[in-house]
Design a protein around this ligand. Structure first.
Ligand SMILES: N[C@@H](CCC(=O)N[C@@H](CS)C(=O)NCC(=O)O)C(=O)O
Length: 233
């Protein structure tokens, strides 16, 4: 049995769900509550992070490790190319998505005006009613501040919103450039790189400013539709 353990609204879920759908791996989903993080750290993952994959009782944590595990242990079309040059590029792009674009989407979705009011409450949709009311009472103060602390430590949260939008436009434009003469980011075929970047751009669309910038890049919209068509399941 394959179970994808997740926290609600994580872009990393999207990457792995689409990977498994594309490869035809049947899986169940299990959503953890934030209040269960202590148990998660103690029993399964000391980092307290999700997603994680449970396969016949064996746990694999970190979405990149999970992606490689799926590729190695399940049949279906490859998403990590065998060619070393292409595999290297897929790795670099996945890491860019996970370790850079992720913090842009987190900051923009959950801390900026016009966006956090809509997106923060969605983060708690799967909590119990009691936690929901506690969390609602703490908003916007502590939670928004807590997220700003993460993105501030990381560096992105110390930039002005105007600077962040310049950065994000450059990221979106870079993807449009990569798609100039190809349907996909690496080797002309769907790979893990597409899924990782797609997942972050989907979160970009949850913010007014980035959705507006993305609408200027038709090639990026068309590529996202192609990824969806192949991985919707
Ligand atoms: N590098 C990790 C990142 C996972 C991650 O940051 N997950 C977030 C949810 S989007 C999380 O579990 N956050 C809880 C925490 O940081 O305590 C991966 O690829 O799996």
């Amino acid at each position: 049995m394959v179970v994808l353990h997740q926290f609600h609204m994580s872009p990393f879920n999207e990457k792995l769900q689409r990977m498994m759908r594309f490869k035809g791996v049947a899986f169940e989903e299990n959503y953890w509550r934030l209040t269960e993080q202590g148990k998660l750290k103690k029993k399964h993952n000391p980092t307290g992070k999700l997603p994680a994959l449970e396969h016949d009782g064996h746990w694999v944590c970190d979405s990149t490790d999970v992606a490689h595990y799926i590729e190695e242990n399940f049949p279906g079309p490859r998403l990590i190319p065998e060619d070393p040059a292409a595999a290297g590029l897929v790795h670099a792009l996945e890491d860019w998505a996970d370790e850079s674009l992720y913090f842009y989407e987190m900051h923009m979705r959950f801390t900026t005006d016009r966006n956090w009011e809509r997106n923060l409450p969605r983060m708690f949709e799967r909590e119990c009613w009691f936690m929901k009311s506690v969390l609602a009472g703490k908003m916007p103060g502590q939670i928004r501040k807590g997220i700003r602390k993460i993105t501030g430590t990381q560096g992105i949260g110390r930039k002005t919103e105007a600077q962040l939008l310049v950065d994000c436009r450059r990221h979106i434009s870079a993807v449009a450039g990569m798609l100039n003469d190809s349907d996909f980011l690496v080797a002309g075929q769907l790979t893990l790189a597409d899924l990782a970047v797609y997942a972050m751009f989907l979160c970009f669309l949850d913010t007014e400013e980035l959705a507006s910038i993305m609408s200027e890049y038709a090639a990026v919209g068309a590529w996202m539709s192609r990824v969806e068509q192949l991985t919707d399941g």
